[in-house]
Design a protein around this ligand. Sequence first.
Ligand SMILES: [Zn+2]
Length: 89
Amino acid sequence: MEVINLKICQDCADFQFSGDLSFLSLLDEETEVAREKEIIEGDNRLVSDGISITGLGDTEEFSIDQCESCLTKLAGKRVKAVAIKNKVD
Ligand SMILES: [Zn+2]
């Protein structure tokens, strides 16, 4: 097991924190469906890599770094996340 640091977008951070994606309903329907898919797939990818986010840290107000969960490259907030990675066979 190792501790790793990730940088994730605000949407993924909200989802990690609350397990809820209803905030996406503020978007138009097409974007909402697309983002929901990206965020859930990102979370599934982390899980299948044995990664679980255990804490959220500082927020960068503006960043163009890719979200390490949903992989979006859209500029915006990025939240530092601490995760543990378990070896997956
Ligand atoms: Zn994201």
